[in-house]
Structures are given as structure tokens and as C-alpha cells.
Design a protein around this ligand. Sequence first.
Ligand SMILES: CC(C)(COP(=O)(O)OP(=O)(O)OC[C@H]1O[C@@H](n2cnc3c(N)ncnc32)[C@H](O)[C@@H]1OP(=O)(O)O)[C@@H](O)C(=O)NCCC(=O)NCCS
Length: 279
Amino acid sequence: MTAKAIELVAFGPEHLKGALALSQQAGWPHRIEDWQTALALSTGFAAVSRPGNDVIGTVLLTSYRDDAASISMVLVAKAMRGRGLGRKLMEAALALAGNRPLRLVATDDGLPLYQKLNFERTGVIAQHQGIARSSPLPAAIRPIMPAEIPTAIELDRVAFGADRADLISHLAKIGSFAVLDRAGAPAGFAVLRPFGRGEVIGPVVTKDVGDAKALIAHVLASCAGRFVRIDTDITTGLGPWLIDQGLDHVGGGVAMRRPVVARSAAPFTTFALANQALG
Ligand SMILES: CC(C)(COP(=O)(O)OP(=O)(O)OC[C@H]1O[C@@H](n2cnc3c(N)ncnc32)[C@H](O)[C@@H]1OP(=O)(O)O)[C@@H](O)C(=O)NCCC(=O)NCCS
């Protein structure tokens, strides 16, 4: 195939099936519904080969207003790797992002490309998964009330450092929110939603690791016996406890930013990611 036969086009619903095949080829667990969620929240590009319009590469950009954006679903078909297509897709996403500070979680495959594009390491993300067990910790945890979604958006904004109103509102449609109740108001929340091989817990946003454990234990009890996954920055200190809950450390990635912007300490922390794509 010659370079001339490859074109980058706006990613649309017509590319979902081909994109799913690429993520499966890379061993990723995404279902078509997970790609649909990603696309509902993002814009991006598909690299298609002509004629035939086969999808041979993808990239998505999820913008959080003008505050930040996440780059994800960077995939090139195995047979087409090492020919500059990954870089081309990334450069298209960078142009789309404009001046927004960028974040991503890199795989080993992606790391060299991102380093060449001036992304810097800012953390290590650990992926834990297994069969959920029921051992809830004592805490006042209840389902969220619809009128409290704006509070969840605000807690997430403070913790994440960017306004993810669209993401949180979308998760409210496809997942369930548990909130930690302090004097009748949410002091933290955790989301459970279908993803990949089972379900994912995240984001988990609260003040301290004790509250995060209480929220996660509550959610695990609600899905006991089912396959569940959670992605957390290793500095949260949740790792050993997650392993004790039966959620093995099975892999992860490197959190990267471009540029690295200094932030003052925030009163809320993101203890678990929405997923590696969305941060
Ligand atoms: C990551 C991926 C998209 C890269 O696609 P690709 O088309 O092979 O990438 P490119 O050919 O554009 O190469 C990108 C750059 O990384 C460099 N690179 C790749 N592997 C490298 C390595 N092991 N060491 C140093 N540099 C490396 C290339 O030399 C190239 O640099 P250049 O543009 O300055 O020449 C592809 O490997 C892939 O789909 N992997 C599986 C899915 C995945 O892990 N995606 C990343 C998600 S975060």
C-alpha cells in the first residue's frame, strides 16, 4: 500500500466497526458501546485506506471546555505500524486541540511517540481488576439524587483541574453514582458503569484515601460476583488495598501531559480514573 492511498478523515459512526477491530487487534477490552461513549464525548480522526475505506488508524480528542483535553484511542493496524501513521494521527489531534493543555495515558507502544511530541511523564497508572467481593466499610453512602449531579461536576472539576461537565453528565446516563453523605450533602462520589469485560469503577473523587476506600467498597458490594476494573494513579496509595479486595494489579500506563502545568494542592482528589482514555 502506498502513502497516497491513506487519508485522514473526521471520525464518524461509520468508522466504529473498523475502530473496534483495531482495538481488539491491540488486545484492548473495549466493546462497540465503549467506542460509542468515547465518540459521543470526543472528536477525532480515522485513517482510512483507499479504495475500500478500511479503518487502519484512529485518534480521539476529548475536550474539557478550554481547560484541558485528553488524547486517546491512538491505534494503528499492526501491518501499517512503523511508517509514520501514528505520528500523523497525533499531529492531527494536536492541531484539533489548539491551546488546550493535553493529557493522555501511554502504553509501552505509545510512549516513544509521545515523548518525541514533547509529552512529559507525570504519573503511573495502575490497572486493577478481578471479581468484586462484598465487604462494605461503615460510611454513609447512598445513590446520588439528580439535583446533585452539578455538585459531582464541581467536585470532579476541583480534583481533575478541568471542567468535565459533559463527561459526568454522560456517565449519569449510563452508570450509577454512589455519594458519600456528610450532613446531607455529597462529600465524594464513585461511578460504576459497564465497560470492556465487565464494569469499571471511576471516577472516584473524594477528600482522602479512607473515604475513597469506603466508596469503592460500597460499589464493590453492589456488584459482588461480577468482573470489575479500576484504574488509579499509584500515588493514591490504593494499590495494596485493592489487591486485598481481590482486584489484582494487571498492568497500567504512564500518565503524560503537554505542557506540565503546576497546580496548587486541591481539596479533592481523583482516586480512580473514568478510564485510561478519559482520565
Ligand atoms: C503506538 C502506535 C499507534 C504507533 O503507531 P506507528 O504508526 O507505528 O507510529 P509511527 O510509525 O508514526 O512512529 C512514531 C514514532 O515513534 C518512534 N518509535 C516507535 N517505537 C519506538 C521505540 N521502541 N523506540 C524509540 N522510538 C520509537 C518512531 O521511530 C517514530 O518516530 P519519528 O516520527 O520521529 O520517526 C502503534 O504502535 C499502535 O497502534 N500500538 C498499539 C496500540 C497502542 O498501544 N497505542 C498507544 C495508546 S497510548
